[in-house]
Design a protein around this ligand. Structure first.
Ligand code: ATP
Length: 303
């Protein structure tokens, strides 16, 4: 478990963290999402003791990171995939880390296999593509078989196959009971990966919610109707208190009315229709819905 409570951090005039508080629970992937500059990396750096907070606390497994004697056995982190010694081979890079934690070479070979780098393990890491560096960074995070994983924008630089791979990996790690925190500035990157979301803007949490609940709430009152008379249908539905948009193929999309109500309204107005379906919001749409009311968040996102 990761616990962050009331973190404040300033860099000169910039307020990077402004009361950041949340918990990352075991057994699920928690997406840490917000626009660029909203404080995600700073929070992760504070959790790892790389930056000191001005106020507040950050605990991993109930303890401050700095007090852990073999930290890689408690928390695996990928913050900056470029942070490696370019002349060292991938295997030597991991061996060096492993030895510092009392781990052996066998574990290094295991994680190289897990991330798909076994075939290039003896090549200089400096010549690796961004995607390969990401994989090497993930191998390093997995080295100590930690119960907590924290990855800052791990999808960055990965091709579609790599993205699918990392989604499966993160879900698998959570299914093993680990607490997994993964940041992204794009909600779409977390679709199909995160079970839970901590949405941040300007250094604090805007929403802390389950993905399923978020989508269910945003889907409530979204209905699509196919009709030969879209204009009449729209007028009747708007009068009944919904909002309606027509997409040009005769499909009217309605917000704010349940499907039973849509059927009743169209029936009363004598508007024929051939199809009606309740629609499920995408994660991206749910996110927009969630952040619409947050003026601060909008201002931040528009910068
Ligand atoms: N070392 C630093 N010195 C000065 N300002 C900093 C430093 N680190 C972060 N900041 C500022 O703190 C704020 C939060 O940055 P942070 O990198 O934590 O955001 P982020 O959500 O991780 O963004 P991104 O998605 O771009 O990585 C930004 O305004 C950033 O410019």
């Amino acid at each position: 478990m990761i616990e962050v409570a009331g973190l404040h951090k300033r860099f000169g005039a910039t307020k990077a963290l402004d009361g950041m508080s949340f918990t990352v629970r075991p057994g699920q992937v928690t997406g840490f999402v917000g626009p660029n500059g909203s404080g995600k990396s700073t929070t992760m750096r504070v959790i790892l003791g790389l930056d000191a907070a001005d106020r507040g606390k950050a605990l991993v497994g109930g303890r401050p990171y700095a007090t852990l004697r073999t930290p890689l056995l408690h928390v695996g982190a990928l913050l900056d995939a470029a942070a490696l010694q370019p002349s060292r081979s991938a295997r030597n890079h991991l061996l060096w880390m492993a030895r510092s934690q009392g781990l052996d070479a066998r574990r290094v070979d295991e994680v190289l296999e897990t991330v798909g780098l076994a075939g290039v393990a003896r090549r200089r890491a400096g010549g690796f593509s961004l995607g390969m560096r990401q994989r090497l960074g993930i191998a390093a995070a997995l080295l100590g078989d930690p119960p907590i994983l924290m990855l800052d924008e791990p999808v960055n630089g990965l091709d579609p196959e790599g993205i699918m791979w990392i989604r499966g990996l993160l879900r698998g790690l959570a299914a093993e009971g680990r607490a997994v925190l993964v940041s992204s500035h794009l909600m779409s990157e977390l679709e199909g990966t995160a079970h839970h979301l901590v949405v941040v803007g300007r250094g604090k949490v805007i929403a802390d919610t389950g993905v399923a609940e978020l989508i269910a709430a945003a889907s409530n009152g979204r209905v699509g109707v196919r009709t030969p008379e879209p204009e009449r249908a729209s007028a009747a539905l708007v009068q009944a208190g919904g909002t309606a948009t027509v997409d040009g193929t005769g499909l009217v999309k309605i917000l704010g009315l349940a499907s039973e109500r849509v059927v009743a309204v169209l029936g009363a107005a004598g508007v024929p229709f051939s199809e009606i379906a309740a629609e499920r919001a995408t994660l991206e749409e749910a996110y927009m819905e969630l952040t619409r009311s947050s003026v601060e968040f909008r201002a931040e996102a528009a910068r």
